[in-house]
Design a protein. Structure first.
Length: 268
Protein backbone atom coordinates (compact mmCIF):
# COMPACT_ATOMS: atom_id res chain seq x y z
CA UNK A 1 0.00 0.00 0.00
CA UNK A 2 1.41 3.34 -1.05
CA UNK A 3 1.64 5.77 1.86
CA UNK A 4 3.56 8.58 0.22
CA UNK A 5 5.69 9.33 -2.84
CA UNK A 6 8.35 11.88 -3.68
CA UNK A 7 9.41 12.81 -7.22
CA UNK A 8 12.87 14.29 -7.68
CA UNK A 9 15.17 14.81 -10.67
CA UNK A 10 18.43 12.90 -10.98
CA UNK A 11 21.20 15.11 -12.38
CA UNK A 12 24.76 14.94 -11.00
CA UNK A 13 24.44 18.73 -10.67
CA UNK A 14 22.31 17.95 -7.61
CA UNK A 15 25.55 17.11 -5.78
CA UNK A 16 26.69 20.47 -4.47
CA UNK A 17 30.30 19.35 -4.10
CA UNK A 18 30.47 18.65 -7.85
CA UNK A 19 29.32 22.14 -8.77
CA UNK A 20 32.00 24.24 -7.09
CA UNK A 21 31.20 27.96 -7.05
CA UNK A 22 28.00 27.35 -9.06
CA UNK A 23 26.48 25.10 -6.38
CA UNK A 24 24.29 27.89 -5.03
CA UNK A 25 22.40 28.07 -8.33
CA UNK A 26 20.48 24.91 -7.39
CA UNK A 27 20.03 25.55 -3.67
CA UNK A 28 16.26 26.01 -4.05
CA UNK A 29 16.02 22.74 -5.97
CA UNK A 30 17.98 20.83 -3.32
CA UNK A 31 15.88 22.30 -0.53
CA UNK A 32 12.66 21.31 -2.28
CA UNK A 33 13.98 17.78 -2.84
CA UNK A 34 15.06 17.54 0.79
CA UNK A 35 11.56 18.56 1.84
CA UNK A 36 9.64 16.00 -0.24
CA UNK A 37 12.05 13.17 0.58
CA UNK A 38 11.93 13.91 4.30
CA UNK A 39 8.15 14.19 4.21
CA UNK A 40 7.76 10.85 2.44
CA UNK A 41 9.86 9.10 5.08
CA UNK A 42 8.10 10.89 7.92
CA UNK A 43 4.77 9.74 6.49
CA UNK A 44 6.10 6.19 6.43
CA UNK A 45 7.23 6.48 10.06
CA UNK A 46 3.76 7.70 10.96
CA UNK A 47 2.26 4.71 9.16
CA UNK A 48 4.60 2.43 11.08
CA UNK A 49 3.42 3.93 14.35
CA UNK A 50 -0.13 2.89 13.47
CA UNK A 51 0.67 -0.79 13.79
CA UNK A 52 3.87 -1.12 15.79
CA UNK A 53 3.13 -1.28 19.49
CA UNK A 54 6.61 -0.33 20.67
CA UNK A 55 6.63 1.49 24.02
CA UNK A 56 9.49 3.81 23.14
CA UNK A 57 10.89 5.56 20.10
CA UNK A 58 14.01 3.39 20.21
CA UNK A 59 11.87 0.25 20.11
CA UNK A 60 9.96 1.65 17.14
CA UNK A 61 13.14 2.47 15.23
CA UNK A 62 14.55 -0.98 15.89
CA UNK A 63 11.50 -2.56 14.28
CA UNK A 64 11.62 -0.61 11.03
CA UNK A 65 12.89 -1.94 7.74
CA UNK A 66 12.14 -5.60 8.49
CA UNK A 67 9.65 -5.88 5.67
CA UNK A 68 9.38 -9.66 5.92
CA UNK A 69 9.17 -9.85 9.69
CA UNK A 70 5.59 -8.81 10.22
CA UNK A 71 3.69 -9.63 7.03
CA UNK A 72 1.01 -7.02 6.44
CA UNK A 73 2.32 -4.99 9.38
CA UNK A 74 5.51 -3.88 7.63
CA UNK A 75 7.02 -0.82 5.97
CA UNK A 76 9.38 -0.38 3.07
CA UNK A 77 11.15 2.49 1.35
CA UNK A 78 11.51 1.92 -2.40
CA UNK A 79 13.71 4.09 -4.62
CA UNK A 80 12.99 3.83 -8.35
CA UNK A 81 14.88 5.26 -11.29
CA UNK A 82 14.63 4.78 -15.06
CA UNK A 83 16.60 2.04 -16.76
CA UNK A 84 16.87 -1.64 -17.53
CA UNK A 85 14.90 -3.58 -14.90
CA UNK A 86 17.28 -4.44 -12.09
CA UNK A 87 17.65 -4.14 -8.32
CA UNK A 88 20.84 -2.79 -6.74
CA UNK A 89 22.56 -2.82 -3.37
CA UNK A 90 23.13 0.88 -2.82
CA UNK A 91 23.50 0.89 0.96
CA UNK A 92 27.29 1.00 0.81
CA UNK A 93 29.47 4.04 0.10
CA UNK A 94 29.01 5.76 -3.26
CA UNK A 95 31.68 7.75 -5.08
CA UNK A 96 31.12 10.42 -7.71
CA UNK A 97 34.74 10.27 -8.88
CA UNK A 98 33.53 9.48 -12.39
CA UNK A 99 32.01 12.96 -12.55
CA UNK A 100 35.28 14.76 -11.98
CA UNK A 101 35.57 15.02 -8.20
CA UNK A 102 36.07 12.25 -5.68
CA UNK A 103 32.95 13.04 -3.67
CA UNK A 104 32.08 10.03 -1.50
CA UNK A 105 28.64 9.51 0.00
CA UNK A 106 29.07 7.56 3.25
CA UNK A 107 27.66 4.09 3.79
CA UNK A 108 24.19 3.55 5.20
CA UNK A 109 25.16 0.20 6.72
CA UNK A 110 28.42 -0.19 8.63
CA UNK A 111 30.80 -2.52 6.83
CA UNK A 112 28.77 -2.65 3.60
CA UNK A 113 30.88 -2.45 0.44
CA UNK A 114 29.86 -0.17 -2.38
CA UNK A 115 28.39 -1.70 -5.53
CA UNK A 116 30.09 -0.66 -8.74
CA UNK A 117 28.17 0.50 -11.76
CA UNK A 118 25.27 2.17 -10.00
CA UNK A 119 23.12 4.15 -12.47
CA UNK A 120 23.30 7.91 -12.08
CA UNK A 121 19.68 8.27 -10.82
CA UNK A 122 20.40 5.77 -8.04
CA UNK A 123 23.64 7.56 -7.16
CA UNK A 124 21.83 10.89 -6.92
CA UNK A 125 19.16 9.30 -4.73
CA UNK A 126 21.92 8.03 -2.44
CA UNK A 127 23.23 11.56 -2.19
CA UNK A 128 19.77 12.74 -1.19
CA UNK A 129 19.61 9.90 1.34
CA UNK A 130 22.82 11.13 2.95
CA UNK A 131 21.38 14.63 3.22
CA UNK A 132 18.19 13.28 4.75
CA UNK A 133 19.99 11.10 7.29
CA UNK A 134 22.18 14.05 8.31
CA UNK A 135 19.05 16.07 9.06
CA UNK A 136 16.81 13.27 10.36
CA UNK A 137 18.65 10.51 12.20
CA UNK A 138 15.36 8.64 12.76
CA UNK A 139 15.23 7.88 9.01
CA UNK A 140 18.48 5.92 8.87
CA UNK A 141 16.89 2.48 9.32
CA UNK A 142 14.45 3.11 6.50
CA UNK A 143 17.29 4.07 4.17
CA UNK A 144 19.45 1.17 5.31
CA UNK A 145 16.74 -1.33 4.34
CA UNK A 146 15.54 0.48 1.21
CA UNK A 147 15.14 -1.21 -2.15
CA UNK A 148 16.99 0.47 -5.04
CA UNK A 149 15.45 -0.35 -8.40
CA UNK A 150 15.64 0.71 -12.04
CA UNK A 151 12.73 -0.11 -14.31
CA UNK A 152 10.74 0.97 -17.36
CA UNK A 153 7.72 0.14 -19.45
CA UNK A 154 5.71 -2.97 -18.66
CA UNK A 155 8.11 -3.90 -15.87
CA UNK A 156 7.39 -0.56 -14.20
CA UNK A 157 3.66 -1.29 -14.19
CA UNK A 158 4.29 -4.76 -12.78
CA UNK A 159 6.42 -3.30 -10.01
CA UNK A 160 3.70 -0.80 -9.13
CA UNK A 161 1.07 -3.53 -9.07
CA UNK A 162 3.23 -5.61 -6.74
CA UNK A 163 3.77 -2.71 -4.36
CA UNK A 164 0.05 -2.01 -4.27
CA UNK A 165 -0.95 -5.65 -3.77
CA UNK A 166 1.47 -6.43 -0.96
CA UNK A 167 0.51 -5.69 2.63
CA UNK A 168 3.66 -3.66 3.07
CA UNK A 169 3.22 0.06 3.61
CA UNK A 170 5.43 1.78 1.04
CA UNK A 171 7.06 5.15 0.50
CA UNK A 172 8.31 5.72 -3.05
CA UNK A 173 11.17 7.95 -4.14
CA UNK A 174 10.96 8.35 -7.93
CA UNK A 175 13.97 9.82 -9.73
CA UNK A 176 13.10 11.25 -13.15
CA UNK A 177 14.03 14.07 -15.50
CA UNK A 178 11.90 15.99 -17.97
CA UNK A 179 12.71 17.06 -21.52
CA UNK A 180 16.39 17.79 -22.12
CA UNK A 181 15.93 20.22 -24.99
CA UNK A 182 14.88 23.50 -23.35
CA UNK A 183 16.57 26.43 -25.04
CA UNK A 184 20.19 27.00 -26.09
CA UNK A 185 21.68 25.60 -22.86
CA UNK A 186 20.12 22.20 -23.43
CA UNK A 187 22.25 19.06 -23.81
CA UNK A 188 20.81 18.58 -27.28
CA UNK A 189 19.02 20.56 -29.98
CA UNK A 190 16.28 22.87 -28.74
CA UNK A 191 12.75 21.57 -29.25
CA UNK A 192 9.83 23.95 -28.95
CA UNK A 193 7.60 21.14 -27.65
CA UNK A 194 9.66 20.74 -24.46
CA UNK A 195 7.94 23.37 -22.32
CA UNK A 196 4.41 22.22 -23.08
CA UNK A 197 5.41 18.62 -22.41
CA UNK A 198 6.95 19.39 -19.02
CA UNK A 199 4.04 21.66 -18.11
CA UNK A 200 1.74 18.71 -18.76
CA UNK A 201 3.81 16.47 -16.52
CA UNK A 202 3.74 19.04 -13.72
CA UNK A 203 -0.02 19.44 -14.08
CA UNK A 204 -0.46 15.67 -13.81
CA UNK A 205 1.78 15.49 -10.76
CA UNK A 206 -0.04 18.38 -9.10
CA UNK A 207 -3.42 16.75 -9.77
CA UNK A 208 -2.62 13.61 -7.79
CA UNK A 209 -4.68 11.67 -10.34
CA UNK A 210 -3.09 8.41 -11.58
CA UNK A 211 -5.25 8.52 -14.69
CA UNK A 212 -3.90 11.92 -15.68
CA UNK A 213 -0.30 10.84 -15.15
CA UNK A 214 -0.95 7.71 -17.20
CA UNK A 215 -1.94 9.91 -20.16
CA UNK A 216 1.54 11.42 -20.49
CA UNK A 217 2.74 10.75 -24.04
CA UNK A 218 5.46 8.09 -23.75
CA UNK A 219 6.67 8.44 -27.34
CA UNK A 220 6.91 12.22 -27.10
CA UNK A 221 8.80 11.88 -23.84
CA UNK A 222 11.28 9.58 -25.55
CA UNK A 223 11.70 12.06 -28.41
CA UNK A 224 12.38 14.89 -25.98
CA UNK A 225 14.91 12.93 -23.91
CA UNK A 226 12.73 12.76 -20.80
CA UNK A 227 12.92 9.80 -18.42
CA UNK A 228 9.83 10.30 -16.28
CA UNK A 229 7.62 8.34 -18.66
CA UNK A 230 9.72 5.27 -17.83
CA UNK A 231 8.84 5.33 -14.13
CA UNK A 232 5.40 6.97 -13.99
CA UNK A 233 3.74 3.54 -14.42
CA UNK A 234 5.14 2.56 -11.01
CA UNK A 235 3.41 5.48 -9.34
CA UNK A 236 0.20 5.07 -11.35
CA UNK A 237 -0.14 1.39 -10.45
CA UNK A 238 1.02 1.70 -6.85
CA UNK A 239 -1.27 4.65 -6.06
CA UNK A 240 -4.43 2.97 -7.27
CA UNK A 241 -6.51 6.10 -6.72
CA UNK A 242 -6.49 9.82 -6.03
CA UNK A 243 -3.66 11.28 -3.95
CA UNK A 244 -2.92 14.77 -2.70
CA UNK A 245 -0.48 16.07 -5.30
CA UNK A 246 1.88 19.00 -4.95
CA UNK A 247 4.66 20.39 -7.14
CA UNK A 248 7.16 22.23 -4.96
CA UNK A 249 9.68 23.22 -7.65
CA UNK A 250 9.86 23.15 -11.43
CA UNK A 251 12.29 24.63 -13.93
CA UNK A 252 14.94 24.02 -16.56
CA UNK A 253 17.98 26.02 -15.44
CA UNK A 254 20.43 24.04 -17.55
CA UNK A 255 18.13 23.15 -20.42
CA UNK A 256 16.66 20.03 -18.78
CA UNK A 257 13.20 20.02 -17.22
CA UNK A 258 13.28 19.14 -13.54
CA UNK A 259 10.38 18.89 -11.12
CA UNK A 260 10.05 18.15 -7.43
CA UNK A 261 6.67 16.83 -6.37
CA UNK A 262 4.89 14.71 -3.80
CA UNK A 263 1.86 12.44 -3.66
CA UNK A 264 0.37 11.77 -0.26
CA UNK A 265 -2.47 9.63 1.01
CA UNK A 266 -5.65 11.68 1.57
CA UNK A 267 -6.92 11.88 5.12
CA UNK A 268 -9.47 9.16 5.84
Amino acid sequence: MLVSAAVVPGPPAFVAELMGSAAHELDDLRQAADQVVSRALSDLLAAAADFLSAESESDLNAGLGLASASGSDSVQLVVVGPGKPREYDAAGPVTFAGFGRDVVVPTLVEGRRGERGLPTPIMVARYLASRDVAAHAAHVDLWASARWITTSGVDASVLGDQLRAEGTRVALILVADGADCHGPKAPRAEDTRAQAYDDGVCAALASGEPGQLAQIDVDLGDELGATGQLVWPVLVAAAGGHRIGEVLWAGAPYGVGWAVASWRKPDD
